[in-house]
Write a protein that binds this ligand. Structure first.
Ligand code: NI
Length: 181
């Protein structure tokens, strides 16, 4: 319970520090979220703020030093015209279905700066999770969104993409920014 939360206080968001490899926090199995209280809402808002400042497309709570099973994603599907970024909050997510088909793609990670690697992922995943208010949800994602979900959910089990990558290479910040596009 967040008893110290001041009701009526102005909503403020903060950019949090991103934990970098090889910090042991990134290797822990994160704990399930138990309470959907105001401090969780604040943490989620701060994680989105941190993600946008980075910038990146996905962030898992261990990456900001909280060992919790919580992921935020903000991603615009560029294959769709006039695609606006969509936000996703996955609390205690579980991948319950995967396609047999896999695809290779380049990944980077905000916790592993300057590097990218080619990783094989399921083309499609179905994720069961709770939303930020604790309501159950299910979402099926394909392509890049499916890749982002798999990358972020791996973070909750202490797995980094560099563990799965076929090859890892150095990239300049410019090239990394392009990769994110
Ligand atoms: Ni990552």
């Amino acid at each position: 319970m967040a008893l110290d939360y001041k009701i009526g206080s102005e909503k403020q968001v903060a950019v949090l520090n991103i934990v970098k490899f090889p910090d042991p926090m990134l290797r822990l199995k994160a704990k399930p979220v138990q309470t959907f209280d105001k401090s969780l809402q604040k943490l989620i808002d701060d994680m989105f703020e941190t993600l946008r400042a980075a910038p990146g497309v996905g962030l898992a709570a261990p990456q900001i030093g909280q060992s919790l099973r919580l992921v935020v994603v903000e991603y615009a599907d560029e294959e769709k015209e006039d695609a606006k970024p969509k936000t996703y909050v996955l609390v205690n997510p579980e991948i319950i279905k995967t396609s047999e088909e896999t695809v290779m793609g380049s990944e980077g990670c905000l916790s592993v700066p300057g590097l990218a690697g080619d990783v094989e992922r399921h083309e499609m995943v179905t994720v069961k999770a709770k939303n930020r208010y604790g309501q159950p949800m299910k979402i099926t994602a394909r392509g890049w969104l499916a890749r982002i979900f798999q990358h972020e959910i791996d973070h909750l089990d202490g797995i980094l993409y560099i563990d799965r990558a076929k090859n890892i290479y150095e990239l300049s910040d410019e090239e990394l920014a392009e990769l994110k596009d």
